[in-house]
Design a protein around this ligand. Structure first.
Ligand code: NDP
Length: 252
């Protein structure tokens, strides 16, 4: 039910953090994995690590907000392995400022990286998923798909958008046997949140206090949901937004 042998997965931002945690999960379940990030050295390190797990892995260096680069990512994957079965839209950034301090360029950068990229990558893989008889798209939202934060207006807008884009694609492509779901991570220890802890005072303590599990998540915590949503185990699950958050979103 969870076997991914013979499946080909693309993980955007699979070069580090949550994306790498998910890529490891998919690789361990037998998938061949392409990681897509902006930097050569990070890409090489991730591929070496995934191959160390016994998986076949490649990297394509891309900016996922660039439509031509996304087309290259999809073409390269198809040329290498002849099919695509799973896409994880994980690449993301944050620029932490209150709304009145965010410039239009900053707004666009966050929306392009976090939301437009998911649209571009999904649209680009759709013909390959359809040709394979079905497939899986996993979009990474956030607790800010649900909650607001004074320091993250563009980020929250992009992550709210991810949930609605997920639903629209799920409905549009259900008859093609393509399942589209979102994952809403709680607070996970990565480069992104290490930066946040430096910029937002008291964040570390408030995460510990507000998370019922009493700890930050790790990238290992993100592997299981990637396997579930990438495998036949989730063939009748589509259009959902699943929190992986140690209970953060349900505490009163
Ligand atoms: P990291 O900063 O560790 O990882 C982000 C990844 O995105 C990097 O590997 C980076 O790859 C890639 N990336 C960023 N911009 C681009 C781009 N333009 N083109 C291609 N790749 C890009 O952060 P996280 O692992 O924490 O975040 C991953 C996702 O999870 C994001 O969407 C984030 O919003 C979301 N998230 C994270 C939470 C957390 O607590 N950590 C909570 C909720 C959601 P490279 O550097 O190689 O370009």
């Amino acid at each position: 039910m969870f076997d991914l042998k013979g499946r080909v997965a693309i993980v955007t931002g699979g070069t580090g953090g949550i994306g790498l945690g998910m890529a490891r999960g998919l690789a361990t379940a037998g998938a061949r994995v392409v990681v897509a990030g902006r930097y050569e050295a990070k890409s090489t390190a991730a591929v070496t690590e995934l191959r160390g797990l016994g998986a076949e892995a490649e990297a394509v260096v891309v900016d996922v907000a660039d439509e031509a680069a996304v087309a290259r990512l999809v073409d390269t994957t198809r040329l290498r392995w002849g099919r695509i079965d799973i896409l994880v839209n994980n690449a993301g950034i944050n620029i932490r400022k209150p709304p009145h301090e965010v410039s239009l360029a900053e707004w666009r950068q966050v929306l392009d990286t976090n939301l437009t990229s998911a649209f571009l990558c999904s649209k680009a893989v759709y013909p390959a998923l359809k040709a394979a008889g079905g497939g899986k798209i996993v979009n990474i939202g956030s607790m800010m798909s649900i909650f607001g934060a004074s320091f993250a207006p563009a980020y929250a807008a992009s992550k709210g958008g991810i949930v609605q884009l997920t639903k629209a694609m799920a409905v549009a492509w259900a008859r093609d046997n393509i399942q589209v779901n979102a994952v809403l991570p709680g607070w996970i220890d990565t480069e992104l949140t290490r930066q946040a802890r430096q910029q937002v005072s008291g964040l570390h303590e408030s995460v510990l206090r507000r998370t019922p599990a009493g700890r930050w998540g790790t990238i290992e915590d993100m592997a299981g949901i990637a396997v579930f949503l990438g495998s036949p185990a989730s063939d009748f699950v589509t259009g959902t937004a699943i929190p992986v958050d140690g209970g953060y979103s349900v505490q009163g």
